[in-house]
Write a protein of this length. Structure first.
Length: 154
C-alpha cells in the first residue's frame, strides 16, 4: 500500500497520545477506503506479502548489479525501502551528448530528454552527486530503463 500513508503506532499510552496529537496537526487524515484496505491487508492471508518481498529482493539485486556495471557509478547494496541511491560522481564532469554535466540535476534532465528515463537527482535530498532510483516497478521496465542509461553513458 505504498503511498497511501497508512500506519499505526504501538507504544506507551502517553507517547502514543502525544504522537497522535502531533500527527493530527501535521497531516490530514487517511481516507476511509485506505483504512479499510489496510485492515483487509493485515487481517488476511500474507501469501501476497511473501511474493512481493521476493519480487522486491530480486529487483534490488538486479538494479544494484546493473548500476554498479556502469562506468563511473557506484551503488551500495540497498537495505531498505525500494530505492537504490548510487553515486554518479565518477560520471560528473564528463561531456555527454555534447553537454558538460557537472551535477546529477543536469544528468537527470539530460537522461530524461535523451533516453526517457526518470530518476530523482541527489540534490533533492541534499546529496549532490547521487541519484535515487525506484525499483517498485516491473522487472522488465526496470531492466530496460537502467540499460538505456548504461547504453547512453557508454
Amino acid at each position: 500500500m505504498t503511498g497511501w500513508r497508512v500506519g499505526w503506532l504501538i507504544g506507551p499510552a502517553d507517547f502514543a497520545k502525544a504522537a497522535g496529537k502531533l500527527q493530527s496537526q501535521q497531516t490530514s487524515n487517511v481516507a476511509n477506503v485506505s483504512q479499510r484496505a489496510a485492515i483487509a491487508a493485515v487481517s488476511g492471508s500474507l501469501d501476497d506479502v511473501y511474493k512481493m518481498r521476493e519480487a522486491f529482493d530480486r529487483r534490488r539485486k538486479i538494479i544494484h548489479s546493473m548500476l554498479n556495471a556502469i562506468d563511473g557509478v557506484e551503488c551500495s547494496d540497498p537495505e531498505g525501502a525500494f530505492y537504490a541511491f548510487p553515486s554518479f560522481e565518477g560520471v560528473l564532469g564528463r561531456t555527454i551528448a555534447g553537454v558538460k554535466v557537472d551535477t546529477t540535476l543536469q544528468l537527470a534532465d539530460l537522461i530524461l530528454d535523451e533516453v526517457k528515463v526518470a530518476f530523482v537527482p541527489g540534490e533533492a535530498f541534499g546529496a549532490p552527486g547521487y541519484a535515487r532510483f525506484s525499483f517498485a516497478l516491473g522487472d522488465d521496465d526496470m531492466i530496460e530503463g537502467v540499460q538505456r542509461i548504461a547504453d547512453f553513458l557508454a
